[in-house]
Design a protein around this ligand. Structure first.
Ligand SMILES: [Zn+2]
Length: 425
């Protein structure tokens, strides 16, 4: 979901339930009581966890990070919460790799469980819990490790941009909406007659943002929807507070046939700001790229250039945006990052001839090499990290981002002192 000029609370994502996690991960995420007897693979062992960070929040919920030993791609990790005096209260649970890049994030009850099949080798797996401080005090986490499961495979994604209107369309939990074919005049009188050009900018913007990934974008002007499973992004209609909405956050893309909408007529309220037609086209294209990011599993991040940032203004959205590795929006989790290039590489795959590191370098303001934390920390100088988050305005999104970079850096330093070097991949 993407909103401009509205309170943070109106943004997405919707809170996930354990049922959502089960659907999205493609593996069981039932509470222990509901688990079918005999359905579990043999247990390989319970990993001992160690609390490595317990930080007072920046105005968000309290959180705790518990580090477990690493595991290999293809292994399934079953995380269980054990609460003293369990009351069914919800808390946010996020799993991170050793770089503090999020693997998956969900909401669980205080006696819930989450199974996650690893797509990447992890030198360490960290469980993040966020919620009321008194609840966190009562929670312990256990992890069981199970050998290989059938992984969801990396598969290219077809995307169809619908400019032709829709009838009684339902996206997510929004009311049904009907609208006619996209007409730039709906954006404001100044854009009448620019329909073809603005559509062209929208398509070019979306293709540019996903240029490194196996995402094939066609439109209703090219012909009917593709025969294969495809994501649809509708352009049209109006919403009181939102510019766009995705059906859900489909981590690892278990639903390649989902949909999103960009409420083009909602952009009319910015017509008075004098955006040129190309800027208006980019605003709508970047909004579409943001919603597509959700359909491919990306969470909200912070940073004015990030496509997945949901706190920027009109001019950021009308400019250049990128899919990079950025700090998570505090509403997703109070610490950590989402490494969009890596998630997309694991989900839809890279375009032939594109290397992950090249995709990252094109979209990140500082290098982020594969390998051990120790090398990352020396490669990403403190100055570089702070430059990426400037200017730190107290209380503003950039200030929060800067503070989170600083905390993440402190955490990496502590981690790197303990983490043995690994062979380069
Ligand atoms: Zn969003």
């Amino acid at each position: 979901m993407l909103a401009l000029g509205v309170a943070a609370s109106s943004g997405c994502p919707p809170i996930w339930t354990a049922e959502d996690a089960s659907r999205t991960l493609g593996v069981s995420a039932a509470s222990p009581d509901n688990e079918k007897p005999g359905s579990a693979a043999p247990r390989v062992g319970v990993l001992a966890g160690q609390v490595v960070e317990q930080t007072p929040p920046l105005g968000g919920p309290s959180h705790r990070l518990i580090e477990f030993e690493g595991a290999a791609a293809g292994e399934t990790l079953m995380f269980r919460l054990h609460a003293r005096d369990a009351s069914g209260q919800l808390l946010t649970v996020a799993l991170f790799d050793e770089h503090m890049c999020v693997l998956v994030r969900t909401q669980l009850r205080d006696d819930g469980a989450l199974a996650h099949a690893l797509r990447r080798d992890c030198q360490a797996v960290l469980v993040g819990l966020a919620g009321a401080a008194d609840l966190l005090e009562r929670i312990e986490v256990s992890v069981e490790r199970r050998p290989g499961v059938a992984l969801m495979t990396t598969a290219p994604q077809a995307v169809w941009l619908n400019f032709a209107g829709a009838d009684e369309l339902v996206v997510g939990d929004e009311l049904p909406i009907s609208f006619a074919a996209f007409d730039a005049a709906d954006l404001g009188g100044a854009y009448g007659g620019e329909t073809g050009y603005i559509k062209q900018v929208i398509v070019e913007t979306l293709r540019a943002r996903y240029a490194d990934y196996a995402v094939d974008i066609t439109t209703s002007d090219d012909g009917p929807p593709p025969a294969e499973a495809h994501a649809t992004i509708h352009f049209g209609g109006q919403h009181a507070t939102l510019l766009g909405k995705a059906q859900w956050i489909d981590r690892y893309n278990s639903h390649p046939d989902d949909q999103a909408i960009v409420y083009t007529s909602s952009a009319a309220k910015y017509a008075g700001m004098g955006l040129r037609p190309d800027e208006m086209g980019r605003l709508l294209g970047n909004t579409g790229a943001h919603e597509l990011g959700h359909l491919l599993g990306l969470y909200h991040t912070l940073g004015g250039e990030s496509i997945m940032d949901a706190s920027g203004g009109v001019w950021e959205l009308a400019g250049e945006r990128r899919l990079g590795r950025d700090p998570l929006d505090v509403r997703v989790f109070p610490t950590g990052f989402d490494d969009a290039p890596r998630v997309l590489a694991e989900t839809v795959g890279l375009r032939p001839g594109v290397a992950l590191q090249a995709a990252r370098l094109r979209t990140s303001s500082e290098p982020w090499p594969d390998g051990v934390l120790r090398r990352q920390c020396s490669a990403c100088s403190e100055a570089g990290l702070f430059a990426a988050a400037q200017p730190p305005v107290p209380g503003g999104a950039a200030g929060v981002a800067a503070e989170r970079w600083r905390r993440a850096l402190t955490f990496w330093r502590a981690q790197s002192a303990r983490m043995p070097p690994a062979s380069p991949r």
